[in-house]
Design a protein around this ligand. Structure first.
Ligand code: PMT
Length: 391
């Protein structure tokens, strides 16, 4: 997994390189982010050497967007040590340096903090109130332990040992990835059906919905086979394997091959039902003033084929893009194609369907369940669908 280790300015920062070393030994890839004060206690060279990656400590390096790249890259953020200062900043929404900015951007993924400070500071109501706020937002904490402190006194405030933090990381990653070990198939985008060497029949699908589904499944721990028709989108998640195809028949072949090894499939592609009977290998020329007749033949129905192949342990989810009699039509597809769920989106809803960044769906289950969403981003819709169809 990709772990970002954030280090703040307390004496316990001297344990951070050992924590990084143990995380790397446990098989994780680590990048470090440190505050300016942390670098008074531990050097850049040490952190870069043990992690094997450049340290992130300057908010304005790389054009000031490194916190977003690191947020996309990381599966988890561990702050060790976490001083009273960083805890207070996050609780108050302050982002005035590299690490605090990263912490505010790091949403939807686990964050673990290992507080370390003097016992009087730890007991201060402000620190306890700030920690309670962070916990209410789902931020996890480990420690502090009781023992000898750097200031010569003893009490509660010692940072948890690296072994304990590494153990906590493993536990949290397991829970954060309910689909770990599962393979899912997703289809996305349009299909192009060639007429000749320069023309095709296509549709307005951008692939945004399908790519968001692949990302949501991978974010929940699944390995994803994403079979996509032509689109400008790219996928950066390391657990998504992108297979680019052009026509419905190519998408059919890739999906039928991948499905048997999958726990489930979500088919969001807008597949052409018909293709030209033949495709000219040159550019067709206009012929006089006559019209032109293009004979179309049916494409295979990928979803219906997978419905016939499906075994009892597999989940199959289809989409229905409707313009009228929405629920009735979607229910018909759910039954005819032997699906577990169908996600209906209607072109009558503003902001839903092709091309846009948002969608509004109704998820119908074979068990009679029905869940309606408001208009949300395609990423949020994807997480909603994944939660529903995998639970
Ligand atoms: O890509 P975006 O711009 O983000 O747009 C998203 C979307 C509108 C394309 C998406 O939300 C959507 O509705 N996808 C399904 C579009 C569609 O073709 O619906 P349909 O009702 O015609 O097909 C029903 C289901 O059968 C779909 O799951 C489709 O993938 C599948 N199908 C259809 C025909 C075929 N030959 N093979 C199939 O697998």
């Amino acid at each position: 997994m990709h772990i970002v280790v954030g280090i703040t300015g307390g004496i316990a920062a001297y344990k951070a390189p050992e924590l990084v070393r143990q995380l790397v030994k446990a098989g994780h890839t680590v990048r470090c982010a440190a505050t300016e004060h942390a670098l008074q206690f531990v050097t850049r060279v040490t952190l870069e050497t043990v992690s094997g990656a450049p340290l992130y400590s300057d908010l304005f390096a790389s054009g000031g967007t490194e916190h977003i790249s690191l947020k996309d890259w990381g599966d988890m953020l561990v702050v060790a040590p976490a001083t009273a200062n960083i805890i207070g900043k996050v609780a108050s929404g302050i982002a005035d340096d590299a690490l605090s900015t990263l912490l505010l951007a790091f949403s939807g993924k686990p964050v673990l903090m290992a507080p370390a400070m003097n016992s009087l500071m730890w007991a201060h109501p402000a620190v306890q109130r700030n920690l309670a706020t962070l916990r209410s937002w789902g931020i996890h904490t480990v420690g502090p332990a009781e023992g000898e402190l750097a200031c010569g006194t003893s009490g509660v405030g010692r940072m948890a040992e690296p072994e304990e933090i590494v153990g906590q990381v493993a536990t949290l990653l397991q829970h954060a990835e309910p689909l770990a070990g599962q393979r899912w198939l997703v289809t996305a985008g349009p299909t192009y059906e060639r007429i000749d060497s320069v023309r095709f029949i296509g549709n307005y699908s951008s692939g945004k919905m399908g790519f968001a589904l692949a990302d949501a499944l991978a974010g929940a721990g699944a390995d994803v086979e994403l079979v996509s028709g032509p689109t400008h989108l790219d996928c950066r998640h390391p657990r998504v394997h992108l297979v680019r195809v052009e026509s419905a028949r190519e998408m059919y072949a890739a999906a039928v091959e991948a499905f048997p090894a999958c726990r489930g499939a979500i088919l969001s592609a807008a597949v052409a039902d018909y293709r030209p009977e033949s495709c000219a290998d040159h550019k067709l020329k206009k012929q006089g003033d006559e019209g032109m007749t293009l004979r179309l033949v049916q494409n295979p129905d990928i979803l219906a084929t997978l419905g016939g192949m499906k075994n009892a342990g597999q989940r199959l989810v289809g989409f229905a893009l409707e313009t009228d009699h929405e629920l009735e039509n979607a229910q018909g597809k759910l039954e005819r194609k032997h699906l577990d769920y169908i996600v209906m989106n209607s072109l009558r809803d503003a902001g839903a369907g092709f091309g846009v960044d948002t969608n509004k769906v109704t998820i119908l289950g074979a068990d009679g369940s029905r869940e309606e969403s408001p208009l949300l981003s395609k990423q949020e819709i994807a997480r909603l669908i994944v939660n529903t169809v995998t639970s």
